[in-house]
Design a protein around this ligand. Structure first.
Ligand SMILES: [Zn+2]
Length: 623
């Protein structure tokens, strides 16, 4: 009997991946209805979907919400006999649906089917469903093995992974779908156990092949991801009564090793806090049955520890964008990790380097409110003038810095033009904008800090509070635009450049300065580099990456150059020696800045050899 098929795809941003996923679905030999659960995307997914894929059903949630909630809503919206869950970073072979549904058509007692998910390149297995040991710790089954091993009967299959799996609707509905108490991770495993406890069989379909294109990027897991994984684990521990009964001693030992190990390697409490929260969330709930046929008792404690070290807990996040924000190439594992050395935000952050354009991308991706929380009240560019003893010195430095700024990139490119209208993106307290205003420019500033905006307005700048994506700029009205150490603070540099492109008149000029990720200081100091400034700097530009971003946004005549900041080298030396900033704000910062200026000649000499720590670009909107 031919069963009808719904394919449910939870999505949060990553339009290019979603588009690719849908293209592979459109080429399927098997008829189906694709249902996309758009979990609050902000990258154009919302506009693209109905225009490019009118035949796809779209459900919108305000998101980012739980994976389970989005999948359950998608399943409930359909009526197919089979529900296929698919991550948006999975590309399916044309016969994928045909192959994954076939076992359900042949065998009415089957409730679910696990597909073969390969890693990019197609030679290694990313997973063939989920397996678990006696402590109900789930692992991506056969991960890392060659695809020839995909038909292997061992280890025991617990059920499909949410990355790519098929469920009989009757079974799905009998189990009540995914348990929405999970935030992310372990929910597919939990469903696998419940389906088996209800008597539904499961099978692997190694001929149903798809590629998990995002799998290369999941080596790094953020605090939030690890906490969610630990939450799921804590919840499972209690719901399945794992700390009682025969498996209790091994479970307790495993959990201790996992929690201590994660705490030491990550230097935060995600593993412990998450488990505790998950445990509490399961309080008072009935204990779920452990189906013995779903458990592989041959996986030893030693195997389990090795598996855990290799892969993340449970299945992989679908909710995190993992492609380059400039050229959209999928990113490999991060090669730099570092804490917030300036303001001490908890956790460690990472930078993955794009193999195509050379840009560094800060991970994990964060929402706008999270990003805003990375800027403390006393963030230096927002500070007022200091008073008392050293006020005069500070004013002197500022005056000198202002004169220097006028003569150097990127401001010199604007100063060279006939005065007109200009927009300064990330204008801070209006230091530069007010200086240009004095020289006859009508200045608009864009600045997220309300306090900084108020100061800028007093100084004659029309300051708009917010980020570029959130403010209204007149279109085609500006002669010049300035990004002075601001473009690296956005997750969407190409989008921001497009917005500025639209605001400029034809032949209008954009001038940009960002830290130089391609310079010798970045290469030498890596995670100790001052300009990395994690997690506030989201994109780390090389000259090639900055040029690519400008060209993609529609600019022409891109010219790049580098220079020496004076502060960068000495601050990086400080990070290397002390690990953090000793002068984050206030008067000590001003004094330290003054000392750095005395060391400027040394830095300039070094930069002659390997490129400066600042990168500049000037480009033109075509006429
Ligand atoms: Zn790139």
């Amino acid at each position: 009997m031919a069963l009808s098929v719904d394919v449910v795809i939870p999505v949060f941003n990553q339009w290019e991946l979603t588009d690719s996923c849908l293209r592979h679905l459109a080429a399927q030999t098997r008829e189906h209805q694709a249902i996309v659960g758009d979990n609050g995307s902000t990258d154009g997914t919302r506009e693209h979907l109905p225009r490019d894929w009118p035949e796809v059903r779209v459900l919108r949630t305000d998101g980012p919400g739980a994976f389970a909630v989005v999948c359950n809503a998608g399943a409930a919206a359909g009526s197919g006999d089979v529900i296929v869950l698919l991550n948006n970073d999975v590309d399916c072979r044309p016969d994928f649906l045909e192959q994954v549904v076939a076992p359900l058509e042949r065998e009415p007692a089957l409730g679910s089917v696990a597909a073969l998910c390969t890693r990019p390149g197609g030679r290694q297995i990313d997973s063939v469903g989920i397996t678990c040991d006696t402590t109900l710790s789930p692992f991506a089954r056969l991960q890392g093995r060659p695809v020839a091993a995909a038909g292997s009967a061992a280890p025991v299959l617990a059920g499909p992974a949410g990355t790519a799996g098929a469920y009989r609707r009757t079974a799905w509905e009998q189990a009540g779908g995914l348990d929405e108490a999970f935030v992310a991770y372990h929910e597919d495993f939990d469903l696998a156990l419940r389906l088996q406890a209800l008597g539904w069989g499961t099978v692997a379909a190694p001929t149903a092949v798809c590629t998990h294109v995002g799998s290369a990027s999941h080596g790094y897991r953020s605090y939030v991801q690890r906490r969610r994984g630990a939450f799921g684990r804590g919840y499972v521990l209690r719901r399945y009564g794992l700390l009682r009964g025969r498996a209790a001693p091994r479970t307790a030992l495993t959990e201790t090793i996992a929690t201590v190990g994660d705490t030491l390697s990550s230097r935060d409490l995600a593993a412990g806090r998450g488990r505790l929260a998950g445990w509490r969330a399961a309080r008072g709930m009935p204990t779920r049955a452990q189906p013995p046929q779903a458990i592989d008792s041959s996986i030893t404690l030693r195997d389990a520890i090795a598996l855990r070290r290799r892969g993340p807990e449970g299945q992989l996040a679908v909710m995190s964008p993992v492609s380059c924000s400039i050229c959209e190439t999928p990113l490999a594992e991060p090669t730099i990790t570092a804490p917030d050395r300036l303001h001490g935000t908890p956790g460690r952050f990472a930078v993955a380097v794009c193999g195509s354009c050379g840009a560094g991308i800060t991970l994990p991706p964060v929402s706008a409110p999270q990003l805003a929380a990375y800027y403390p009240e006393d963030y230096a560019p927002y500070q007022g003038r200091p008073h008392r003893v050293l006020g005069a010195l500070s004013t002197g430095i500022r005056t000198w810095q202002g004169r220097r700024a006028r003569q150097t990139a990127p401001v010199d490119a604007v100063v060279a033009l006939h005065p007109g209208r200009a927009v300064d993106v990330g204008c801070g307290r209006g230091d530069i904008a007010s200086m240009l205003a004095v020289r006859g420019w009508r200045m608009t500033g864009v600045e997220p800090s309300g306090a900084a905006c108020a100061v800028a307005r007093e100084r004659g700048v029309e300051a708009l509070q917010g980020v570029l994506a959130g403010v209204e700029l007149e279109r085609g009205a500006y002669d010049a635009a300035l990004f002075r150490q601001s473009l690296e603070h956005t997750d969407d540099p190409v989008g921001d450049l497009r917005r500025i492109h639209a605001a400029l008149r034809p032949d209008g000029v954009v001038a940009i300065s960002v830290p130089n990720f391609g310079g010798w200081q970045s290469r030498r100091f890596r995670g100790h580099s001052f300009h990395l400034d994690l997690p506030r700097h989201r994109v780390h530009f090389t000259a090639a990456a900055l040029e690519r971003a400008l060209l993609r946004a529609g600019f022409e005549d891109v010219r790049t150059s580098t220079s020496t900041s004076g502060v960068g080298l000495w601050a990086s030396v400080q990070y290397r020696i002390f690990g953090r900033c000793l002068f984050p704000s206030g008067m000590r910062l001003h004094l330290a800045t003054a000392l750095c200026m005395l060391g400027l000649p040394v830095a300039v000499a070094a930069d002659r050899l390997g490129g400066g720590d600042l990168l500049h670009a000037v480009a033109r909107r075509p006429g």
